[in-house]
Design a protein. Structure first.
Length: 137
């Protein structure tokens, strides 16, 4: 089994990798595109055990349509606005020494579920929901 990840940071953050500037674009308010090529990750596998340097490339497009719905919860703190309908499609490939794979570029994978919107949670939510003048929620 291969597990391509960004590794584990000293703070314990996993599955997160900084993408190059310009990798994410929003050509329209309802479209988000990510084009990331040869992003450095590690292949953390069980047999033979260990981490091997690897790269991944992916091109994904999310498209939202319909009105937006607002979602909010007090515990844990969360607020967001999401398109009522969204689709995603794209390609993905990964490689490390002696192993590689790629999706079929001629037949871009389509989502059975996609979500597109904006959200705020945890630490960032309080500042976003407070009155700027008086500090009241």
């Amino acid at each position: 089994m291969h597990d391509f990840t960004g590794g584990i940071t000293p703070a314990g953050l996993v599955w997160t990798v900084r993408l190059p500037d310009g990798a994410l674009t929003t050509p329209r308010s309802n479209v988000v595109m990510v084009d990331a090529r040869d992003v450095a990750v590690v292949d953390d596998r069980a047999a033979p055990a260990g981490e091997t340097p690897a790269t991944v490339s992916f091109q994904m497009t999310w498209t939202g349509r319909g009105g937006r719905r607002r979602l909010a919860a007090g515990s844990p703190a969360f607020a967001g606005q999401f398109f009522r309908h969204a689709r995603a499609h794209g390609t993905f490939s990964g490689a490390e020494d002696g192993f590689g794979f790629a999706s079929d570029a001629r037949r871009r994978a389509r989502s059975t579920f996609a979500e597109l919107g904006t959200e705020q949670n945890g630490l960032f939510l309080a500042a976003a929901t407070e009155c700027a003048r008086c500090g009241a929620p």
